[in-house]
Design a protein around this ligand. Structure first.
Ligand code: MSP
Length: 501
């Protein structure tokens, strides 16, 4: 059985997840569900990034320990993921002792290989923020929060020889051995590697206490990003034994937002190359949810709450709305009013209304609907085309076009009803009515399969209305995609799929 290992970034545990942050994880969930549906051995990893200065600071403000803050907030993440029906296989926390031990082991290993060395780090430091800034991040040399000039400070720390990997990385990307998508992001990384000299990277900090201690030097903690990136290996059980890669390694895909591209496209493969580990097959960096053109973020205070929105629209509909709002690789503006419009068009008046129409028509006759001898080749062909577009879209991470292909099928079925007028056939040609209704029920069965990764519960509700939930859930996708073999023996009207809002 082929395997599919997918990762999302692990989230900073100093805050509650907002809708923008949930985007990466939701997209990964749809992919994971799609690959499971195809029968692949799928492993989906997510979790929380729990070390670093910010977490210690927030904990101090709240007068609790960093550990307590991490426990509280990690639980919030798990709760939001539950609400959004995120089907992860493992939730990794970087304060897990198994992870911490592995990170320290890797660090030691790289010291032994002379890829990590001790040196002096010099940078622009804001005393108020207690952190270093790059010159570009400062305005007139001042940090935006404290409006005070940053001072030049130096400290001892351990460096990683990232510079050594510049040419190798460049070559790997050029030859598509290190695949970065979409094209725009790949070009961004290539451009950077071609024009800027890769510096060795400060891999430890003297002033950050809440972190994993550098082995043999308790005055230093390991840089949080290195700690965090290694979750992709500890999350699948790697304990740091070189050359012995876990079964799931490497990931088929690593999904991230474009703000953390360089960490994942340059530093991460640099670390993997230094360990001699195979590189992930693909890195995909998606765009941002923006509100009025600005990135949705906690610091800008323009965040939408996924739990509140799930209460309004229902979690399944919210999943659909988030992934259909705009093309995945780009940025896109979202708003509640756009969500309302789309909910009504696609779901309430679209799929939900179609289901109700067909079920009501089918219930006119108490009979079963068995595969007719006469196959409607046009309908069958349409289904084939929809699956083609859908599969191609999901394989290219074009969630919005996969959703469009589902909408296409809904419109096709609506038009089919209008042209065949089954309510008339019921009175004058019951045999033809049976055939038309059979085709529509088959159409709905396909719609239930197609919506499964996006809206798992609504999809089950459709199967249930068709009286086939148990049997279809046991079937592999290949069987589900067949046309005209299913018997519909018990139609249930059930509740309205998407109540009008
Ligand atoms: N902790 C780091 C990741 C370490 S991975 C080894 C981090 N965490 S985060 O909580 O800030 O971001 C998590 C994910 O949410 C990232 O993929 C980020 O791009 C995504 N998003 C945060 N705000 C977003 C939007 N407004 N829109 C879309 N995605 C956004 O970075």
């Amino acid at each position: 059985m082929s395997k599919f290992y997918i990762t999302t970034p692990i989230y900073y545990v100093n805050a509650k997840p907002h809708l923008g942050g949930a985007y990466t994880t939701l997209a990964a969930d749809v992919l994971a569900r799609w690959h499971r549906m195809k029968g692949e051995n799928t492993f989906f990893l997510t979790g929380t990034d729990e070390h670093g200065e910010k977490i210690a600071k927030v904990a101090k403000e709240k007068k609790i320990t960093p550990r307590q803050l991490c426990d509280q907030n990690a639980a919030k993440y798990e709760q939001v993921w539950d609400t959004l029906k995120i089907s992860y296989n493992k939730f990794i926390r970087t304060t897990d002792p198994v992870h911490e031990k592995m990170v320290a082991k890797v660090f030691q290993h790289l010291i032994d290989k002379k890829l990590i060395y001790k040196g002096i780090y010099q940078g622009l430091y804001c005393v108020g923020c207690e952190r270093y800034y790059t010159a570009k991040e400062l305005v007139d040399g001042k940090c935006s929060i404290h409006q005070k000039k940053a001072i030049t400070l130096s400290e001892e720390c351990y460096f990683f020889k990232l510079s050594k990997f510049q040419n190798r990385l460049l070559k790997l990307i050029k030859n598509n051995k290190w695949v970065i998508e979409p094209e725009e992001r790949r070009n961004e990384v290539l451009g950077f590697l071609r024009t800027e000299k890769l510096e060795d990277l400060a891999f430890s900090r003297e002033k950050v206490e809440w972190g994993i201690a550098v082995p043999g030097d308790s005055s230093q903690t390991i840089y949080v990003w290195i700690d965090a990136l290694l979750n992709y290996l500890s999350g699948i059980g790697w304990k740091g034994q070189e050359g012995k890669w876990p079964l799931n390694w490497p990931p088929e895909i690593q999904l991230i937002g474009k703000d953390i591209l360089r960490f994942h496209a340059i530093i991460w493969p640099g670390v993997l190359l230094s360990l001699g580990a195979p590189l992930p097959k693909k890195l995909y960096a998606h765009g941002f949810f923006t509100i009025g053109g600005k990135k949705m973020s906690k610091s800008l205070g323009n965040v939408l709450d996924p739990e509140e929105l799930a209460m309004t629209f229902g979690a399944d509909a919210l999943r659909w709305l988030m992934l259909s709002a705009f093309p995945f690789g780009q940025d896109g503006d979202i708003s509640q009013s756009k969500f309302y419009d789309k909910y009504n068009t696609d779901l309430s008046n679209g799929l939900g209304n179609l289901l109700r129409r067909v079920l009501t028509l089918a219930l006119k006759n108490k009979k079963k609907f068995l595969p007719p001898k006469k196959v409607d080749t046009n309908f069958k062909k349409q289904i084939g085309l929809v699956w083609q577009k859908y599969e191609r879209s999901l394989n290219q991470l074009k969630f919005e076009t996969a959703i469009a292909s589902i909408n296409d099928l809904v419109s096709f079925c609506d038009k089919y009803i209008d042209s065949k007028q089954p309510w008339r056939l019921f009175k004058k040609d019951i045999a033809e009515y049976q055939i038309v209704l059979y085709n529509l029920l088959e159409g709905l069965r396909h719609l239930a399969w197609l919506t499964q990764p996006f809206m798992p519960e609504k999809s089950n509700q459709i199967f249930q209305s068709l009286g086939i939930l148990g049997q279809e859930k046991k079937n592999p996708l290949a069987k589900g995609q067949v046309w005209g073999k299913t018997e519909f023996k018990e139609i249930i009207l059930g509740e309205i799929l998407f109540p009008k809002l």
